[in-house]
Design a protein around this ligand. Structure first.
Ligand SMILES: [Zn+2]
Length: 348
């Protein structure tokens, strides 16, 4: 409570207000639970703008890009097959560093091909497009920068060397069996990609830039910037999808509704939402979804789905077995070894 009070007072202060070092250190330590950042990185970020919220709100265009990134990573449980269990890297990420106009993320090496497959756009002979339309990459000394053609917003995958990137890229291209457009059309959209973008994609299609869409994008970005609260041994699997007014998050394992709601509604680090019902898990087995409303005008909410019954789902239980994961991990490692030193076909 003291921390919340101090932060609220500070928000009203002019930007030149100097926050006590001890408070900055406390904020940095607590922030790590939400972002997974290294302590020093969180501290440096907070010290650079002590008047800003510890987890800053993304600008609208940045939020839109982050929403697409999380949608891509959330579908198909990106790391369940080849990477580390979501216990360690929910949605394939090991940390997020939130900035107003950028998001820096770190990814485990082994999950990088899955991240490339999930995010970078491809199109097949029937003009079916997958990935984020318009997304292109640029290699930088500190990692890889992902931006959309002609739109603001950037996601940086930090700590990746060019060699690691090209190796993962080659594995991803072998996996998808269709060209990755970022490599073949680095400066312009493929015609099929452009048609898809104009019809369906926020930023390119005015139909998908309505205030309701923007509210959901803002929530999705805010969730991505805090989702490391699910990096805990108490979560064995996590899945995510969205509806027009809601971001649906479902997890398996003993992490309770109460804990997730408490974290996400925290006055300093939370999403700024309110739970629309109380948890009744202790009394009723049917307590499954708790919506946390973040935009009362549109009813936008994150629906927190705690699935306590996955033991009855045989297929899922099989997929979560450690030996299943080990097998796929070892297959992915040998595949990456085969592509060691690879360069993309178009840029050799
Ligand atoms: Zn509950």
């Amino acid at each position: 409570m003291r921390l919340a009070l101090a932060f609220r007072i500070d928000r009203a202060m002019p930007r030149r207000f100097t926050m006590p070092k001890s408070l900055l250190k406390t904020l940095a330590r607590q922030c790590r639970r939400y972002t997974g950042e290294r302590y020093q990185k969180a501290l440096t970020r907070l010290a650079a703008d002590p008047g800003a919220p510890p987890i800053p709100i993304a600008s609208p265009a940045q939020a839109q890009l982050e929403a697409e990134v999380l949608a891509g990573l959330g579908q198909g449980w990106v790391t369940d097959s080849h990477g580390a269990p979501p216990t360690e890297t929910p949605f394939a990420l090991t940390s997020v560093t939130p900035l107003p106009d950028a998001l820096e993320v770190t990814v485990q090496d082994i999950a990088l091909p899955d991240v490339i497959t999930a995010l970078l756009p491809t199109t097949d002979e029937q003009s079916n497009t997958s990935g984020i339309a318009g997304l292109r990459f640029r290699l930088q000394p500190s990692g890889v920068e992902l931006t959309r053609l002609d739109l603001p917003g950037v996601v940086r995958i930090t700590g990746v060397t060019p060699a690691q990137w090209w190796q993962a890229y080659a594995v991803a291209e072998a996996d998808t069996d269709v060209p990755i457009l970022s490599g073949h059309h680095p400066d312009r959209m493929h015609p099929a990609e452009e048609a898809h973008a104009r019809a369906y994609c926020p930023g390119y299609s005015p139909r998908h830039d309505e205030p309701r869409d923007q509210a959901l994008a803002a929530l999705t970005s805010a969730f991505l910037r805090r989702h490391m609260i699910f990096r805990t041994p108490e979560v064995t699997s996590i899945d995510l999808w969205s509806n027009p007014d809601s971001l649906e998050v479902e997890w398996f394992g003993p992490l309770t509704h109460t804990q997730a709601v408490t974290d996400l509604c925290d006055p300093v680090f939370g999403l700024g939402g309110t739970p629309s019902k109380d948890c009744e898990c202790e009394r009723h087995s049917w307590c499954f979804v708790i919506p946390v409303i973040t935009d009362p005008v549109f009813g936008t909410c994150v629906a927190l789905r705690h699935n306590r019954h996955h033991d009855t789902d045989d297929e899922l239980a099989d997929n979560l077995r450690d030996d299943w994961r080990r097998k796929h991990r070892s297959e992915r490692l040998s595949q990456m070894e085969r592509w060691h030193g690879a360069r993309p076909r178009t840029q050799r």
